[in-house]
Design a protein around this ligand. Structure first.
Ligand SMILES: [Zn+2]
Ligand SMILES: [Zn+2]
Length: 362
């Protein structure tokens, strides 16, 4: 039987979000219905609401979520009702060229649910954010979007690994390959940047330099593992990073803003043959200008990190275990917990830089 539950809808471009009754169908083959316990508020949800991603309104927002599998469709064997899971937006296909080459984190054909959830009053089909749609009491996803983790972790914390925190940690440990003794600089200390700092700390970086324009954020960055901080409104970040690394520049610089100016800073703040990782998300009109001779002459690697190059089945359970062992402080990312009808307010607080993450608890 299809079920009616409450969900947060973005009805049209720049219109305020609102809680509506939605219809969640029974899971078909390869699908699962998940009872959502917690879902973090991410910038991407705001971008959907602003029409910055697609214009397929109405959206069912929310995608950084954890919950319990309620029912599964035919042929689902990896998860079962009662399993505690983090939802992911990289349910790999196992058959595309990337998967067959043994690089499933680049999968070109990731799975989402085939059936659509709908608005109860109009029957209109909903577009779930990142194929998840988890600001809702229940949601329908592809079973591969459910990654089982240790249920000892709190859902509010676990859900954050489903997107932004994984993107940041993965930018450091997967894309940037940060290792013991490396020097790392992270430009931009929101949720993703702080996660990159936590990931660098976890990987054994010797020196972690946090760069931001807001002293409050730099203070938080220290609690995540930053050993040094630079306020880039008061000091030139490239000079400061070089000064803090014996004049060389950092081995890995992670750009977590997504702007040409900060990318240039990252480019010049790394040591020769160092690595730049772009994990901040730019907008379509942005252009980058760099002397090609510097790109050649400075060597090294310029990489981009989508979702932290994560493989959910590999990375989520591992990071939850490290958290439960006290080696990765994920609690620090949850600034506040809110109700399902407070998402609009949470967008405002996020916009003003007042929170790392607001998390809707259901
Ligand atoms: Zn694939
Ligand atoms: Zn997100």
């Amino acid at each position: 039987m299809a079920q009616e539950v409450r969900g947060v809808i973005a009805p049209g471009k720049d219109e305020p979000v609102r809680v509506e009754t939605i219809v969640v169908p029974d899971p078909g083959p390869g699908e699962a219905v998940v009872r959502v316990q917690a879902c973090g508020v991410c910038h991407t949800d705001l971008h959907y609401k602003q029409g910055g991603i697609t214009d397929e309104f109405p959206f069912l927002l929310g995608h950084e979520a954890a919950g319990v599998v309620e029912t599964v469709g035919d042929g689902v064997t990896d998860v079962a009702p009662g399993d505690f899971v983090i939802l992911n937006w990289r349910a790999v296909c196992g058959r595309c060229r990337a998967c067959l080459r043994g690089r499933p984190w680049y999968c070109f054909d990731t799975h989402n649910a085939e059936q659509k959830m709908t608005l109860a009053n109009t029957g209109q089909e909903l577009s779930p954010a990142l194929g998840i749609g988890a600001f809702a009491e229940k949601t329908l996803v592809a079973a591969g979007q459910c990654t089982k983790v240790d249920p000892a972790v709190s859902p509010a914390v676990a859900g954050l690994l489903g997107c932004g925190v994984m993107a940041g940690i993965g930018a450091a440990i997967n894309t940037g390959n940060v290792g013991r003794g490396d020097t790392v600089a992270v430009i931009g200390c929101g949720g993703v940047g702080d996660a990159a700092i936590a990931g660098s700390h976890l990987a054994g970086a010797a020196r972690i330099i946090a760069v931001d324009i807001d002293d409050r954020k730099l203070e938080t960055a220290r609690t995540m593992g930053a050993t040094h901080t630079v306020n880039s409104t008061k000091a030139d970040p490239v000079e400061a990073i070089r000064d803090l690394t014996g004049g060389f520049g950092a081995d890995v610089v992670i750009e977590a803003v997504g702007r040409p100016e900060t990318y240039q800073q990252a480019f010049y703040a790394r040591d020769l043959a160092g690595t730049v990782v772009l994990v901040g998300v730019p907008t379509p009109e942005m252009k980058l200008e760099l002397p090609l001779l510097d790109v050649f002459g400075r060597g090294g690697a310029l990489k981009s990190s989508w979702y932290g190059d994560c493989l959910p089945s590999r990375d989520f359970p591992m990071l939850i275990d490290l958290h439960l062992q006290g080696r990765l402080n994920l609690d620090a990312f949850v600034t506040e917990t809110i109700r399902i009808d407070e998402v609009e307010k949470a967008f405002e607080r996020m916009h003003h830089g007042d929170v790392l993450r607001s998390v809707v608890v259901l």
